[in-house]
Design a protein around this ligand. Sequence first.
Ligand SMILES: CCCCCCCC(=O)SCCNC(=O)CCNC(=O)[C@H](O)C(C)(C)COP(=O)(O)OP(=O)(O)OC[C@H]1O[C@@H](n2cnc3c(N)ncnc32)[C@H](O)[C@@H]1OP(=O)(O)O
Length: 210
Amino acid sequence: MTIRETTGESRLRALCELAEQVRELMDATTLTDVPEAELTAVTATLTEATERLRASARAAPQPFEFAPDGSLRHLGNAVTGAANPHALPLAVERDGAAVRADVRFRPLHEGPPGSVHGGISAMILDHLLGQAAAAAGFAGMTASLTVRYLKPVPYGAALLATAEHTRAEGRKSWAEGRISTQDGTTLVEATGLFITPAAWPARPPTPPEG
Ligand SMILES: CCCCCCCC(=O)SCCNC(=O)CCNC(=O)[C@H](O)C(C)(C)COP(=O)(O)OP(=O)(O)OC[C@H]1O[C@@H](n2cnc3c(N)ncnc32)[C@H](O)[C@@H]1OP(=O)(O)O
């Protein structure tokens, strides 16, 4: 894992604003019902905007880096990274070896008509379980993830995702978590095995919040 010094905060803010606008664009694209000519015109505008962004490009998304307050962050992460339009972004809060995040999926995440794609739920839980393991001091890579889909996950509703570290054995560590409604009904639950690669330090740096 390469950790670099803080990038210019003003530029990063602009990058995060761009990513947020792209999320808005993705939502609008998913739901738009404008006439075909308008679709064609917007596509031309976006093609031009895409080329402007590609005028200068990095080889990889924003890396792990230290924020001005000293915390570690990963703005390029697909789940939590504010500079990555793919991310919700999930804002993860930590309480000891447990973590929680408010989640509101969007029509963009549709799998079966009217509900969220199972792979999207699994991605959120994978990340959250990984953060729970890391919060307990056992940061690692997902070796396996078992997901049980109990009820369809709606989009548009305020949901809660929680996870906690359960046990560790050498470099292996286990966590479990779930996505629930605000009234506590579990919709999806998961257990995961995380392995700290032998090459990593024994107790790697605390992972970024959110
Ligand atoms: C901090 C923010 C949270 C981030 C959360 C998001 C996490 C992710 O999405 S990570 C991305 C997805 N995961 C990956 O890409 C992982 C790819 N796999 C790997 O890199 C490696 O296989 C890795 C690191 C998991 C294990 O490799 P390595 O350390 O060489 O394992 P190895 O030495 O062979 O085995 C160690 C132990 O784990 C066990 N093990 C290894 N792989 C697995 C597996 N897939 N399933 C079950 N057990 C396994 C072995 O049997 C062994 O057990 P024991 O010690 O009891 O004999």
